[in-house]
Write a protein that binds this ligand. Structure first.
Ligand code: PLP
Length: 357
């Protein structure tokens, strides 16, 4: 029986992606060679890269004037790459979790960092609001989905200065108005592909404004100018990303995916709120993530945590342990997770309640 895969990252991918990538590793594009043993400059692989970029633009409705690049180094390298490319003197950051903090730490090496608001005082269980974005900063950085804490900025905010977003764990989960952002980046291993490739969507006119030298590999312009082929790209993850994008299109695109995600998350949050044995860690519904759903045992049932974990494990569920900084449980409900898996978890929570009444 297939597992119900709730891992936070790396995480569930469409079966279409896994099977097609496995086939291409054996025999790529009818070449009788593996995807792993041919030149990335072969016309067959260049076609993969081109189609991946084209589908990124099509699915996300990326307007003219933006480039899509695939690079290595994970989202964590973007934490430094963003200030390296954009920061002249000062930047602004919203501190909504462990990934935001890491981004802030890197930015501090490049100049003044104004942390406009933070929810660290309550283990990041809400998204701060009513903050002021300083007009004299070079850009404002947000983490749209906080994978560890289960909070999400689910709408495109207005910023008077260029907006930069880490969308590692919610890209392709909902429609985005790309025109509100200067840069969007993310590691692929949450909703797109295996680890090893990072995407960046860059508004071309934001680049070229800093005076310091940017190392070649850390300069977005390098990768834009060479169509992500300046050096050898991670061919297997890029191929897998293309499969996921094709799958996404066949599913009806991002609007359809968003509907499914709202439905899946709704089922689980409703059960968390209904079931007296559990409670959500994020109280404000507006802030609740559609991708990472965190919950703990309710007051009086704290000693049942291990028992529920074992109960769910016996029903083929994997990856539901919460991050060590939050505890309890975290069910990640990425695009590829079927609604049946969410229904199975809801049923497990109901049956567990019944048994422990
Ligand atoms: C997983 C994650 C990262 C880190 O990504 P790496 O590719 O491992 O560097 C950064 N930001 C967010 C929001 C994440 O979920």
């Amino acid at each position: 029986m297939k597992k119900h895969n709730f891992y936070a990252g790396p995480s569930i991918l469409p079966q279409y992606t896994i099977e097609n990538t496995a086939k291409a590793i054996i025999n790529f594009a009818g070449m009788d060679l593996s995807l792993m043993e041919i030149s990335h400059r072969s016309k067959q692989f260049v076609a993969v890269m081109d189609e991946a970029v084209q589908l990124f633009k099509e699915l996300l409705k990326i307007p003219e004037g933006y480039s899509v690049v695939f690079v290595g180094g994970g989202a964590s390298t973007q934490f430094a790459m963003v200030p390296f490319n954009l920061m002249k003197k000062k930047s602004a950051y919203l501190n909504t979790g462990a990934w935001s903090k890491k981004a802030i730490k890197e930015a501090k090496a490049f100049g003044e960092v104004d942390v406009v608001a933070s929810s660290e005082d309550t283990t990041f269980n809400y998204i701060p609001k009513g903050y002021k974005i300083p007009k004299d900063a070079d850009y404002f950085h947000i983490t749209t989905n906080n994978t560890i804490y289960g909070t999400e900025i689910k709408h495109d905010i207005d910023s008077p200065i260029p907006l930069v977003a880490d969308m590692s764990s919610d890209i392709f989960s909902r429609p985005i108005d790309i025109s509100k952002y200067a840069i969007i980046y993310g590691g692929a291993q949450k909703n797109l592909a295996p680890a090893g490739v990072t995407f960046a969507i860059v508004r071309n006119d934001i680049l070229g404004q800093v005076e310091h030298h940017i190392p070649t590999m850390l300069n977005y312009q390098t990768h834009i100018d060479k169509d992500s082929m300046f050096n050898t790209p991670p061919v297997v993850p890029v191929y897998a990303a293309l499969q996921t994008l094709q799958w996404l299109k066949a599913q009806g695109g991002i609007e359809k995916m968003h509907e499914k995600n709202l439905h899946k998350a709704g089922l689980l949050y409703d059960e968390i709120d209904r079931n007296p044995m559990f409670k959500g860690t994020v109280i404000d519904k507006e802030d609740r993530s559609l991708m990472n759903i965190c919950f703990i045992m309710n007051d009086g049932f704290e000693d049942k945590e291990k028992a529920f974990f074992e109960f769910a494990t016996a029903r083929n569920m994997v990856g539901i342990k919460g991050h060590r900084s939050v505890g309890g449980f975290r069910a990640s409900t990425y695009n590829a997770l079927p609604v049946e898996s969410v229904e199975a978890l809801v049923k497990a929570m109901q049956d567990f309640e019944e048994e422990n009444k």
